[in-house]
Design a protein around this ligand. Structure first.
Ligand SMILES: [Zn+2]
Length: 445
């Protein structure tokens, strides 16, 4: 099912012409409306007339997340506030004071966003006649509303189910004969485990799921697909670019098609920042070709991937990006030592018979880093009830300590409790200084 064949299947030559035209317009727009970017261009001696097509893209300066943080909240806006009809913010919920970014959308920005999401939902084979449950939060971040836009635009019936616990979601899924679900992979994994445990797989009408908003592995995908008897598709978006829908997988599940008529992607070497040839792995960089509220030129995502420009078997010509590798973000600092997330992941995945989601929090207590490991898993609760819980906690603590060299606290917890914990530690004397690490199913993301 291809939502917009004229665009999604256009020839690469036509696409390059369209991208070039939009880039030239964008650069002129940014130069005259976004002061911070005009300054960057002037520092390099660049005038808008120097950019004549996508072949000149490399001349342009990069934009970083720090640029957005420094200009918070409205310094990077290129449109007067009266034209902005929506604000979304990132990171307010995680408590990184001073690390927030603010995005503003005009009506045209929202329309582009809806178009991208409609293409994405269609890629998952969902459309008119389908009943889609949306289990993302509808809030400051963009995931819930992204999914809602897409499902609604393709003509499906939408069930906003942001506040449903897995049991309630499954009950609703069966009663309403839902055919699609859009959520984070970790939440859907819980749902899938519960469906399997209760033997409900054959009572579902579910066909497809779209998961994004957090990293997940191929292994997790296979488990979700197997337990629910569906296909699960990966989707990508960034709050700074637009919500979800910047890229999504088609039925081939071989990389996410980037909506290149709206988002021009490059891969650069993280150290030299030089553009790498097609197929090479490097840092993903995006230019928003049609955004008005906060357009971004050469925005560094700090994430590592590669892009495949070959035509897909589905018929789409839009390039495909691989799952993201969170590159430099993968290293945690604990009591002065650098620990890679993949080391912790490897240790946890080596624990026999334990299927769990882990959230690792690092906070300061008397100026020392303290590590808390929260475990969410329904099987684990059964183990706990059968009296083996202490052993499981001990095994997890030992596995993590062997990697980080610090004895962690291990808790069983529900998401709400974790949020409450993290919220309170921001306000009290225990300052949350680390970052959340989700290790799902004992494997990396
Ligand atoms: Zn495809």
């Amino acid at each position: 099912m291809i939502w917009n064949k004229a665009r999604e299947c256009m020839s690469r030559d036509e696409l390059a012409v369209l991208q070039g035209k939009r880039l030239v317009e964008l650069v002129g727009y940014m130069y005259h409306n976004a002061g911070y970017y005009k300054k960057k261009m002037r520092n390099l001696g660049l005038e808008p007339g120097d950019i004549r097509g996508i072949e000149d893209l490399e001349k342009l300066p990069f934009t970083t997340r720090e640029d957005l943080i420094d200009a918070y909240p409205l310094g990077v806006f290129a449109m007067s506030n009266s034209k902005i009809i929506r604000y979304h913010a990132s990171d307010h919920s995680t408590g990184y004071a001073g690390m927030e970014t603010m995005a503003g959308y005009t009506q045209n920005d929202i329309d582009v966003w809806k178009e991208c999401m409609a293409r994405s939902v269609s890629m998952a084979g969902l459309g008119e006649g389908d009943v889609i449950q949306i289990a993302y939060n509808y809030g400051l971040c963009t995931d819930g509303i992204s999914a809602h836009y897409g499902a609604e635009k393709v003509g499906a019936a939408v069930i906003p189910a942001a506040d449903c616990r897995p049991t309630a979601l499954i009950a609703l899924m069966r009663r309403m004969q839902a055919t699609g679900v859009i959520s984070t992979s970790s939440y859907l994994m819980h749902v899938a485990q519960m469906v399997e445990h209760r033997g409900l797989k054959n009572s579902l009408q579910l066909k497809a799921a779209i998961c994004g908003g957090e990293p997940w592995t191929e292994n997790t995908r296979e488990k979700i697909q197997d337990k629910l008897g569906i296909k699960a598709y990966d989707i990508f978006g960034l709050n700074e670019l637009t919500g979800l829908g910047v890229a999504c997988e088609c039925e081939r599940q071989r990389g996410m098609h980037i909506q290149e008529d709206f988002f021009l992607a490059e891969i650069v070497n993280t150290n030299t920042l030089l553009v790498l040839p097609g197929g090479a792995r490097g840092e993903l960089v995006f230019t928003t070709l049609q955004k008005e509220g906060i357009p971004l030129i050469r925005y560094r995502t700090m994430s590592i991937t590669k892009i495949n420009y070959e035509k897909c078997e589905c018929g789409r010509t839009m390039a495909r990006m691989d799952r993201l590798d969170y590159g430099t973000d993968d290293i945690l600092q604990i009591r002065g030592n650098s620990v890679s997330v993949s080391q912790i992941e490897a240790a946890l995945s080596g624990l026999p018979g334990i299927e769990a989601s882990y959230i690792i929090c690092i906070r300061k207590e008397h100026h020392l880093d303290v590590v808390d490991v929260f475990m969410e898993d329904f099987r684990m609760n059964e183990t706990l009830m059968s009296g083996c819980g202490t052993d499981v906690k001990r095994q997890v603590a030992d596995a993590v300590r062997n990697v980080i060299g610090v004895e962690p606290n291990v808790y069983y917890a529900e998401s709400e409790k974790i949020k409450a914990f993290r919220g309170s530690s921001n306000e009290g004397s225990e300052m949350y200084v680390g970052r959340k690490v989700s290790i799902v199913d004992g494997r990396k993301y």
